[in-house]
Design a protein around this ligand. Structure first.
Ligand code: GLY
Length: 560
């Protein structure tokens, strides 16, 4: 035995050096169905629904509500997001339940008397857009649900009322985020016990949230938008200087959109259209690199990195200039994805890094979002990314209702041309208007090949979402990685401005850095990880391979 351990030691330390454990390199495999999310508890909720005969959409609704309890940094009922559904029949839809600006919103609402941006788009009640999640879950269920609504909300009710064992990762993140909650006594009491922080393993109950979920369970989305919960939201907004009114809530609508569909090396890439920038940028970047053999150039080689980084710069420059809510502004989607234009972009990539200020577009956000992927026994697939924007959103909990408000208003260009919290420069098309949806980077995506489901993926991470999905997809399709290795591998990010490549710790060797610097690239150290991509790869029933991103310690998969 000792000899065996000695023999295995070098193998083990190789994984350890790369920041991986062996378990993270082998995908978990299921036969019939699979759910993967930032919360192992929520994934189990989804798997239980599938085992009861629910569809992937039923499971997605149950996971969406469960994450609002177990993953409060981003799981939510006070935020919004996007869900791509692909049914086994091939039918697809992109449900847009993104937040909208309140009716009283205006272009200059976050500019102070000194002409400078205030922090009101980020912190507190004025930062919140009208939430879309509850309406989004209800619409998904109305279209594709098989089980009863109340049975899908019930597990979240139980988790909030009975509580669950506080995972170490959540206990640490609540303690680390104390400053976010402290200005808001209701939130500080709920998440930090007003300073007597929760320890890992303690039971964590959220009774106000439990009561809200019970009302949603019993009365549907109507409760949130017109009923008792709506009343609590409006009361708190009036008391605390927020802008969401009863009319805002009553007027909220989910939009069912046609997903964008592009091709990459024989795969159909089904992804999110505006008001997310994710799908357009992803398809542009894939288009720019498709003519090159990245597999032969090699993973983490200077040739591959240079091409990918240069594609990122060009896609993000277009994002800044052209993208916004298509219900309000015209976005040249067809032109941005036209093969001629993509080929011109590719031709503009030389052996040298093009300085960002010289990237000419054709003609912002937080790190904490959350993504989950689901495939059911029949091969129906759901890719959902939803968010509060910042970690724990605006930091404020609706009094008596127990849920956090988003700070999604910061995803607008509060002052076009001025970098937002994430250094993203955004243009006029994403300026604030009543009822408009702020531009997003969320990129829920599904891949098929020859009409058969192949991969479901997505990620949190603000602007890094798009590049995380781009890299994960290329890791599998071009570099032949299994799905677990593909999601666990180190990531890099370029968003046009600032003109620097950000790199995850341990992802960049000294030689590679030198080779890239010789081409003119600039690096910026980034201590934190990027994204949390939860993905499922499948070759058909009997083979559901799951990639659980190890960057969030509470993550987990479940299935049969
Ligand atoms: N709030 C992050 C995003 O929508 O991209």
């Amino acid at each position: 035995m000792r000899q065996l351990l000695w023999f295995l030691a070098p193998v083990w330390s190789t994984f350890a050096l790369a920041g991986l454990t062996e378990a993270q390199v082998h995908p978990q495999r299921y036969f019939y169905d699979a759910v993967v999310s930032d919360s192992a508890i929520a994934s189990q909720v989804g798997a239980d629904i599938l085992a009861k005969g629910g569809t992937a959409v039923d499971a997605a609704v149950a996971v969406g509500f469960a994450l609002a309890v177990t993953h409060p940094a981003a799981g939510n009922i006070g935020g919004g997001g996007f869900m791509i559904v692909r049914r086994r029949s091939g039918e697809t839809v992109a449900l847009d339940f993104r937040e909208i600006a309140p009716l009283s919103a205006s272009k200059t609402m976050y500019i102070g008397p000194d002409g400078k941006l205030t922090r009101d788009s980020l912190v507190g009640y004025r930062a919140a857009g009208v939430p879309g999640t509850v309406a989004g879950m209800a619409e998904a269920h109305r279209r594709f649900g098989k089980l009863r609504w109340r049975d899908l909300v019930e597990p979240a009710v139980q988790l909030a009322n009975r509580g669950f064992k506080m995972p170490r990762g959540l206990a640490e993140s609540l303690r680390d985020s104390a400053d976010v909650f402290r200005p808001f006594p209701v939130a500080y009491a709920q998440f930090c016990r007003s300073g007597r922080f929760y320890a890992a393993g303690e039971n964590f109950t959220q009774p106000d949230l439990g009561r809200t979920l019970e009302r949603i369970r019993d009365h549907g989305a109507k409760d949130f938008y017109e009923g008792e919960t709506a009343g609590l939201i409006v009361k708190d907004m009036v008391a605390k200087g927020g802008q969401i009114t009863a009319a805002d809530l009553k007027g909220y609508r989910v939009v069912a959109r046609a997903p964008l569909v592009g091709k990459y090396r024989g795969y159909d890439v089904i992804t999110m259209p505006p008001p997310s920038s994710g799908g357009i940028a992803l398809l542009q970047m894939l288009g720019m690199v498709e003519g090159d053999d990245l597999g032969t150039l090699g993973w983490n080689s200077s040739g591959t990195l240079h091409l990918m980084v240069e594609s990122m710069k060009r896609a993000f420059a277009d994002r800044a200039e052209h993208l916004g809510d298509t219900d309000f502004v015209s976005v040249p989607v067809t032109q941005l994805l036209a093969p001629d234009y993509i080929s011109r972009l590719r031709k503009s990539i030389t052996d040298r890094a093009l300085p960002a200020k010289e990237v000419k577009p054709w003609g912002k956000e937080s790190e904490q979002t959350t993504h989950y992927s689901i495939i059911d026994i029949d091969g129906n697939a759901v890719s959902t990314t939803y968010t509060l924007n910042g970690s724990f959103g605006a930091g404020a909990v609706v009094e008596g209702a127990g849920f956090l408000l988003n700070n999604e208003m910061d995803d607008f260009a509060a002052q076009p041309g001025t970098p937002n919290l994430f250094g993203l420069i955004q243009g006029e098309k994403n300026s604030i208007q009543p009822r408009k949806r702020p531009l997003s980077s969320m990129t829920p995506t599904i891949l098929t090949k020859d009409g058969k489901l192949a991969m479901v993926l997505g990620s949190p991470g603000g602007p890094t979402i798009i590049n995380t999905v781009f890299q994960t997809l290329i890791n599998v399709v071009d570099h032949g990685m299994n799905i677990q290795r593909a999601v666990a591998s180190p990531r890099f990010h370029h968003q046009w401005m600032p003109d620097a490549i950000r790199w995850e710790p341990y992802g960049l060797g000294a030689d590679l850095r030198k080779a890239m610097e010789a081409k003119g690239h600039v690096f910026e150290e980034r201590a934190r990880t990027m994204g949390s991509c939860h993905a499922i790869w499948t070759t058909g029933q009997g083979d559901r391979q799951v990639g659980v991103d190890p960057r969030i310690s509470t993550s987990g998969a479940a299935g049969r």
